[in-house]
Design a binder for this molecule. Structure first.
Ligand code: PEP
Length: 275
């Protein structure tokens, strides 16, 4: 098995926790924060921890990070590998710097008007460049209230994965993030999504993957939950069958809180293994 396939296989067996720092922390602050995290976060074989700082900090952090402790993710990139695209950064330029990349985060879809065509090109570009895309999908508050969640997930999955073969799907991670549950910043009140809603959405995701790629793919693909996760709610979300990890925004910017989330993910997976 080649090195990249082995990395994907090993990552697939762990709980995946991604900290999305969004447009917070400059290079110096991000470096200091990584230093602080590296002192307190214990490495557990059953938890893969990924940090997604600002694009600007990725290269220096890639030199500082211990890859056994943390992997790095890009929050965004352009899908072409090179060319006359002023201001953009490509997946090919991120090769060797990051192991993961978020694609189609709701802030990209709703603030920057990314559509399914942009998103499917990005998923393919990440895969082409040996970077695991984390395809973010989720319904808005209005779509939720109108009972359209499953239709939205169906369309975003079909649209986002349109260029991906069964073999390539092994590299892809899906993050279900109800847009209405994503916090508006560090001090905003967390929105707790009911387990029933999460279970139903995760089932819909796996059933659509089964429809597109078959049963084995539906069982093995990593599906994360994201939206206002805190150290108080982490265990509940991870206890939901079919949730393989978490995408954490606001709570990942506090070193102690993020560490608590990681420790609870580790404890949760020990309990799940025993049970
Ligand atoms: C996110 O950035 O994807 C996210 C889920 O943010 P938060 O945890 O702050 O809701």
């Amino acid at each position: 098995m080649d090195k990249h396939k082995r990395f994907i296989k090993m990552a697939g067996d762990k709980k995946l926790i991604i900290g999305n720092w969004k447009m917070n922390l400059n290079i110096g602050e991000a470096s200091l924060f990584l230093h602080k995290l590296s002192k307190i976060v214990k490495t557990h074989r059953d938890v893969e921890v990924v940090l997604a700082p600002t694009t600007l900090a990725l290269q220096p952090l890639s030199l500082q990070v211990n890859l056994k402790q943390f992997k790095l993710a890009a929050q965004n990139f352009y899908w072409r590998d090179s060319g006359t695209y002023t201001g953009e950064v490509s997946a090919s330029q991120l090769r060797g710097i990051v192991q993961y990349a978020l694609v189609g985060h709701s802030e990209r879809r709703h603030v920057f008007n990314e559509n399914d065509k942009d998103i499917r090109s990005k998923v393919a570009a990440a895969v082409r460049n040996g970077i695991r895309p984390v395809l973010c999908i989720g319904e808005t508050a209005w779509e939720h209230a109108s009972n359209e969640t499953h239709d939205v997930l169906h369309d975003q999955l079909t649209g986002g994965l349109a260029n991906i073969t069964s073999e390539e799907l092994e590299q892809v991670v899906i993050a279900y993030e109800p847009v209405w549950a994503i916090s508006a910043g560090q001090d905003s009140k967390p929105v707790n999504v009911s387990p029933t809603d999460v279970i139903s959405a995760i089932k819909a995701v796996r059933s659509q993957i089964e429809h597109l790629y078959g049963k084995k793919a539906a069982e093995s693909i990593q599906v994360l939950y994201g939206g206002s996760v805190t150290s108080d709610s982490v265990a509940d979300y991870l206890a939901i069958s079919g949730v393989d990890g978490l995408l954490v925004g606001g709570a990942s910017l506090n070193a102690n809180t993020f560490n608590e989330i990681l420790e609870k993910a580790h404890k949760g997976s020990k309990v799940a293994k025993k049970g």
